[in-house]
Design a protein around this ligand. Structure first.
Ligand code: FE
Length: 199
């Protein structure tokens, strides 16, 4: 296991401080810290955690808080790859490191018969841009690589050990009652250990 990248360590310390402080604008402060510490210069993220998979997007756990209050994950999108429509159940920050992503928010369903309904236009996240999500602000979205030829890499931070959180997939063109429970897990293998216990 290599040394923890200093920008990641600094971001973990800042998140810890912000969570302990319990400020009401915690999420926006965390987003600003993410932009400043992790996204301004993405060279801290080793190549192994930027490797796309030919068939589906990758989610490499970088760091998990010892109390599981938050987790930090690198997402790697191969050309044209996209997520299903899904929720998170906890707060989240999505920040683009390299390439660009398109995110589409969806309305929370009010009735079991409701079909997934887009909420506003698809938004483009360029390097340095951060999107804030929470169950209160809006928690259902779909993300895709903006490019059909380049890889996109983003850093996601969530208010839990997100790979273990029970959440929902929303099949397109199906009513909300057809949503499916899922756990995302992580893509890490022997070459991509999380930076546990080192910060
Ligand atoms: Fe998401």
């Amino acid at each position: 296991m290599g040394a923890v990248p200093p920008p990641l360590s600094a971001f973990v310390s800042e998140l810890d401080r912000l969570i302990e402080g319990g400020q009401p604008d915690f999420l926006y402060r965390a987003a600003a810290a993410m932009k400043r510490l992790l996204l301004a210069d993405g060279s801290w993220l080793p190549a192994a955690y930027r490797q796309p998979h030919p068939m589906h997007y990758q989610q490499y756990l970088l760091y998990r808080d010892p109390l599981s209050r938050f987790s930090i994950v690198s997402f790697v999108w191969g050309p044209g790859q996209r997520s299903p429509i899904h929720d998170h159940q906890v707060w989240g920050l999505v920040g683009t490191l390299e390439g660009a992503e398109l995110t589409q928010a969806y309305m929370p369903p009010m009735y079991p018969t409701d079909l997934p309904k887009e909420q506003g236009p698809e938004r483009r996240l360029n390097p340095g841009d951060v999107e804030v999500m929470s169950p209160a602000l809006g928690d259902i979205h779909r993300v895709r690589n903006a490019s059909d030829s380049e890889v996109a890499v983003s850093i996601h931070t969530y208010g839990a050990d997100i790979g273990t959180v029970s959440r929902w997939l929303y099949p397109p063109d199906r009513p909300a009652a057809s949503r499916k429970p899922f756990f995302s897990g992580y893509s890490n293998d022997a070459a991509t250990p999380p930076f546990f216990g080192l910060v």
